[in-house]
Design a binder for this molecule. Structure first.
Ligand code: ADP
Ligand code: MG
Length: 346
């Protein structure tokens, strides 16, 4: 009936103006803007724009889901980190967790709480960094949430991945005698953060890429899973000492690592090697730490990333650090949680 229709359209107008009042246009405009820029991929049946995303998981695969906060003043500082870097690092955290399981990333969900006074330019930069990395790894931004933050920028990333059924690489599979390996070099991110904390805020992100634009090791994780090589794996987000302790705890084992085998990163220009404590305890390198049964041939490089053997799994429930002279001392987890408090004294 025409009368009824006009009634309901009046209702709709009123309702949407109330909504427009309660929900600032900028939020709707922002979602529309994000929607325009997010490219839907093969696994996305319905992405941004409905109440839930509808996704396909490849046949014979299991779903992986991971979620991570990026909080202003905890994980990044707007005066130090360009918005592109913040967006990149936000997604890289999630992708790295998928890599650590030997998985393929499928879709990302981004919940953003933004202060009212945040310039739109900053949000655009954040999305540019985020979507550039998403593109590189064929991940679709398939949804999220947007709200006003009473404090700083809060970003929560959820990444959905997939892995062939039964092939996932867990933290719990390490056995005594397994050799321990790490990708790339360690300590670059924490050493850069240390410079920033010391007031060297003029450093150029392009000379400190491992901190500002870390590379999630998806290719290495995939290789290890395809070749059935790794018995256990974790990504180094909190620091080698903390993340190795996680593998040991979950596997019910201990470890011995060799001080001189730890690959220390070099940062800056001219490049300088980081100090050992930063390589041992510094977080946010997003390298992979994994174990492989003794006697297995392991390539020195995978997908262009160097692989270093750093020690072996033991049956004594502690982690020992062995120095050049062969003397050992217990290595306690001193990663990210404590890093913030001791960073200044390093
Ligand atoms: P609802 O209120 O039903 O949860 P919203 O209005 O919050 O829906 O969101 C509308 C659509 O926009 C949804 O598909 C949601 O996933 C998406 N979305 C909201 N915020 C973001 C964001 N920051 N990034 C990506 N997608 C978003
Ligand atoms: Mg809804």
């Amino acid at each position: 009936m025409p009368g009824k229709e006009s009634n309901s359209s009046t209702e709709r107008i009123c309702f949407s103006s109330i909504l427009a009042f309660a929900m600032p246009m900028s939020e709707k405009a922002l979602i529309a803007r994000i929607r325009r820029k997010a490219v839907p991929g093969r696994s996305i049946v319905t992405g941004i724009g409905d109440d839930s995303a509808v996704l396909k998981i490849p046949k014979g695969h299991q779903a992986l889901v991971t979620t991570d906060f990026s909080l202003e003043g905890v994980h990044f500082w707007r005066e130090w980190h360009p918005p592109e870097s913040v967006g990149h690092r936000c997604l890289a955290r999630g992708l790295s967790d998928i890599a650590a399981m030997g998985g393929e990333p499928v879709a990302a969900f981004l919940s953003l709480a933004l202060p009212r006074k945040l310039p739109q330019k900053w949000v655009d930069g954040f999305m540019r960094g985020f979507l550039r990395l998403a593109d590189e790894y064929g991940v679709s931004l398939a949804g999220g949430d947007t709200a006003e933050s009473p404090t700083g920028v809060l970003a929560d990333i959820i990444v959905l991945g997939s892995v062939p059924t039964g092939k996932v690489i867990l933290r719990s599979g390490a056995r005594p005698g397994d050799r321990i390996y790490v990708t790339g070099q360690l300590g670059a991110s924490a050493a850069t953060l240390k410079l920033l904390l010391e007031g060297k805020s003029r450093i150029r992100p392009s000379n400190f890429r491992r901190h500002f634009y870390p590379v999630p090791r998806i290719d290495v994780g995939r290789f290890l899973r395809e070749k059935n090589l790794a018995s256990a794996m974790i990504d180094i987000s909190d620091g080698l000492s903390t993340d190795l302790a996680h593998i040991c705890e979950e596997s019910g084992v201990g470890a011995e690592i060799l001080e001189q085998a730890i690959p220390k990163a070099s940062i800056g220009r001219p490049a300088r090697a980081v100090d050992l404590p930063l390589a041992l305890h510094g977080g946010e390198d997003y390298e992979l730490l994994f174990t492989i049964r003794r006697g297995t041939r392991v390539p020195q490089q995978v997908a262009g990333v160097p692989i270093a053997e750093i020690g072996q799994i033991s049956d004594e429930r502690k982690v020992m650090l062995i120095n050049q002279l062969g003397a050992g001392q217990e290595l306690h987890p001193q990663g990210w949680e404590h890093f913030k408090h001791i960073a200044r004294s390093w």
